[in-house]
Design a protein around this ligand. Structure first.
Ligand SMILES: *Cc1c(COP(=O)(O)O)cnc(C)c1O
Length: 426
């Protein structure tokens, strides 16, 4: 699952004790394991290799340049959702032909930047956007390959409403019953070529069935259009594969592939995947220090120096992140990362941050070993949508990011300073 393991009662990232990094870098700090990152990428690449797909890592899940460089060196392309992410991808040395660009509200400036870079595919979310792209591409005398994001109207059990995107009522894509007409109309375009179909049904999708039904619907549409002489040569099946928060809930990449590959093998389609969470989530932890402990009514609070501005997932999605001391001693090593984990002397606590919001918590009603001021805690499975969603709310400088590679490590984003907080203000 990952390379964060306890040895002799202390937490290591690969071969490096987490406390050693913190001694130099302080807290809160995101620590990533390069081996974990690349292992999860490789598992997907291997499992889907019969389709020879382009894997476009979703930058929004964890976009640090060094993370992107590591994946690019492994052969990854990138899924971007803004001009800023396109900038990151190019800075990381991405092959522009392996960049796909999604998003419901691409601005003219962003579209122009992507046209100038010569990206591989625009994932189109509305008729208006398509014709706008055609106009902008004509002005530059270039051609743009496009896929239509089709909303297949599939649901997924256990996916949070805020991250479910494949149902009819979401803002994403075009309803599948209107898509055929869209493709017919798009034939009139001169510079934008609608030659692909894009799906991204939400995240995390913990079973294969939603993929199977979405892809089956997409293939039926592709066949119907083919019969009319409209050729779709590219199918982008999006992201959304699950990751391990408790340690047992995500199907392996091979399980997704076993269901998906047979549907697509031998069809001659260019296949694109856009995994984010399934690559980055387990590659990162957030390390935080206990500031104070206190009782309030019947509750006990552990107040730490990381907050909702550092990791907003518990607040935003009611997400579970396993939390445990980095140095629990040989007898305190956790047996697993389940929400039900109990140990003999544990105490039920809320782990909260210093931000002025009741919603500022990392865990509620969690059974943890007895903690005291100064103890270090690791928040696991924080690599995806962790630092990437962080903010400076309450004028809190953002955390440092560190990448571990075997027995070596380096800072890949320095901790922000107070000056960073006001940079750009006048
Ligand atoms: C967010 C997103 C992804 C990645 O989703 P994960 O769950 O992180 O794999 C892929 N494609 C699109 C269009 C997205 O918006």
């Amino acid at each position: 699952m990952d390379h964060f393991c306890y040895k002799d009662g202390r937490l290591l990232c690969e071969a490096v004790p987490v406390e050693d990094i913190v001694r130099h870098v302080g807290t809160p700090t995101y620590i990533y394991s390069k081996a974990t990152l690349l292992t999860h990428y490789e598992r997907i690449a291997q499992a889907f290799s019969p389709l020879n797909p382009i894997i476009c890592y979703s930058i929004k899940s964890c976009g640090n340049l060094e993370i992107l460089r590591s994946l690019r060196q492994q052969g990854s392309g990138f899924d971007v959702v803004s001009g800023g992410e396109l900038f990151r991808a190019l800075r990381a040395g991405a092959d522009a032909g392996k960049i796909v660009f999604a998003g419901v509200g691409k601005s003219d400036q962003e579209i122009n930047e992507a046209l100038e870079a010569g990206i591989g595919l625009f994932n189109i979310e509305s008729e208006e956007e398509f014709w706008n792209l055609d106009r902008l591409a004509a002005a530059k005398r270039v051609h743009a390959r496009c896929a239509l994001r089709v909303n297949p109207d599939v649901a997924s059990a256990g996916t949070h409403a805020k991250t479910l995107t494949g149902k009819k009522e979401t803002k994403f894509g075009v309803d599948i019953d209107r898509a055929g007409e869209f493709y017919r109309q798009a034939r009139r375009a001169n510079n934008a070529r609608l030659c692909g179909l894009h799906l991204h049904i939400g995240s995390p999708i913990k079973t294969v069935d939603p993929y199977v039904s979405a892809i089956t619907k997409a293939l039926a549409l592709i066949d119907q259009l083919g019969a009319e002489g409209i050729v779709i040569d590219t199918l982008d099946i999006g992201g959304g594969f699950a990751a391990f928060y408790e340690g047992n809930e995500a199907p392996p990449a091979a399980t997704y592939a076993q269901a998906i590959v047979p549907l697509l093998a031998g069809r001659g389609l260019n296949i694109i995947l856009e995994p984010g969470r399934s690559i980055a989530c387990n590659a990162g932890i957030l390390v935080t220090r206990v500031q104070y402990t206190k009782a309030g009514g019947s509750k006990r609070f552990i107040i730490v120096d990381a907050a909702m501005n550092d990791l907003i997932r518990p607040t935003l999605y009611e997400s579970y992140h396993f939390i445990w001391p980095t140095n629990p001693g040989a007898h305190g090593v956790p047996a697993n990362r389940l929400s039900t984990l109990r140990t003999p002397e544990d105490v039920k606590v809320d782990v909260v941050g210093p931000v002025c919001e009741s919603g500022d918590y990392l865990a509620k009603e969690r059974h943890l070993p007895v903690l005291k001021r100064g103890d270090l805690l690791a928040v696991f499975s924080a690599g995806a949508y962790g630092f990437a969603m962080s903010s400076q709310y309450n004028a809190r400088p953002r955390a440092a990011e560190v990448l571990v590679d075997g027995s070596g490590w380096h800072i890949i984003r320095r901790r922000e300073t107070y000056e960073d907080l006001i940079a750009g203000e006048s």
